[in-house]
Design a protein around this ligand. Structure first.
Ligand SMILES: *Cc1c(COP(=O)(O)O)cnc(C)c1O
Length: 345
């Protein structure tokens, strides 16, 4: 059994969190004079619900996870930062992350003065559990893995993830930002089988709401309580809460967007495959394709000149000579393909 008390930083364990006006009185009333708010400009004059009760209720129903197992952040980036701040003693502890993967794990580690140990994926982009266990010591508090992984696009093997969960003596953070595009199922239904699992999801990708900044972390109630204790009291603003409640109430919209993008992903793969300078298109369970090509930088520069922007990943570990191309709308993909076709002649 995981001893969370031993993992969490001392200063956080002993922290008495800020108690807001809405914590001290959360019922209904006709006159609220307790928070130094303005009486004008309703509804924006009021502080948002610090516990996001209504929004969590909707996410709970949608995902089949109890509200007490949900943390909401200003993007999943907030959850990544808070996990590191809650569990890692600066200059003492370390975290492990797969390489290549999402850049924010490293940035948040650097900001918090926590050493990051990068563990390379295997050549086929699969998870090397033995190498992670070998890289870990008593000060390794968190392992970040990402499935489907950014920028490689593949889902990680579930048996390997389970082995990591059982062999690593800290928290395993599984970033599922792209899971809506994957054939492999989310780990969420199995959340409470593992006391050391944290799952991250986001509204930034399949849900089409990167602009409102809402990320979810799912874990045991003990872990969620620690994150809730250290977050800014009003971390999710009124506009975001309201917009998320509206869209999450209508998941069929998201499902139709995902369906379109999956069809476009297949079409894009077929069309790109015909181009003579394309060497390999890696399997993708996400809304992007990692494409290895001759002179990736040259192709990138040419596309920029033509106002089509993709991501050059050719300097990234195990990604030599690759561009990462997001699957766009049918029209955007047509524009990309037309520019690439004109490159041949
Ligand atoms: C895009 C992305 C996110 C999303 O982060 P937000 O802060 O929720 O926008 C998280 N993880 C990975 C791996 C991503 O690629």
């Amino acid at each position: 059994m995981l001893q969370l008390d031993k993992l969490v930083r001392k200063s956080i364990k002993n922290l008495k969190p800020y108690s807001s006006a809405r914590d001290e009185y959360s019922g209904s009333a006709s006159v609220f004079l307790d928070a130094n708010e303005s009486p004008f400009n309703a509804p924006y004059n009021r502080y948002p619900d610090p516990h996001q009760t209504e929004l969590k209720e909707i996410i709970s129903k949608l995902k089949g996870v109890a509200p007490r197992n949900i943390f909401l952040g200003n993007g999943s980036d907030e959850a990544i930062d808070l996990l590191i701040r809650a569990f890692c003693e600066p200059r003492e502890d370390n975290i492990i992350a797969i390489d290549p993967s999402y850049g924010m794990y490293e940035v948040c580690a650097n900001i918090n003065d926590i050493a990051l140990r990068k563990v390379k994926l295997n050549a086929d982009y699969s998870l090397n559990v033995d190498a992670i266990i070998e890289a870990a010591d008593d000060h390794s508090k968190l392992v970040f893995i990402c499935s489907p992984n950014n920028p490689t696009g593949n889902s990680l093997n579930q048996e390997a993830i389970i082995r990591l969960l059982s062999e690593f003596n800290g928290l395993v953070v599984l970033d599922e930002a792209y899971v809506d595009f994957a054939i492999e199922k989310s780990f969420l239904p199995r959340l409470l089988e593992f006391s050391n699992l944290v799952i991250l999801q986001t509204l930034s990708k399949a849900w089409g709401m990167a602009g409102i900044r809402l990320g979810m972390a799912y874990a045991t109630h003990s872990i969620i309580s620690i994150l809730s204790k250290i977050k800014y009291p009003y971390n999710i603003n009124i506009l975001t809460q309201q917009k998320a409640i509206d869209l999450l109430g209508n998941p069929s919209v998201k499902e139709s967007w995902v369906k379109t993008l999956l069809a476009e992903r297949t079409r894009l793969r077929e069309e790109l495959d015909r181009l003579p300078f394309v060497i390999e298109i890696y399997p993708s369970d996400a809304n992007f394709l990692l494409v290895k090509m001759h002179d990736a930088r040259g192709v990138y520069d040419y596309l920029v000149e033509n106002e089509v922007i993709v991501r050059d990943r050719s300097k990234v570990t195990l990604c030599d000579g690759t561009l990462r191309i997001t699957v766009g709308s049918p029209e955007e993909n047509d524009a990309l393909l037309a520019k690439l076709a004109s490159l041949i002649h």
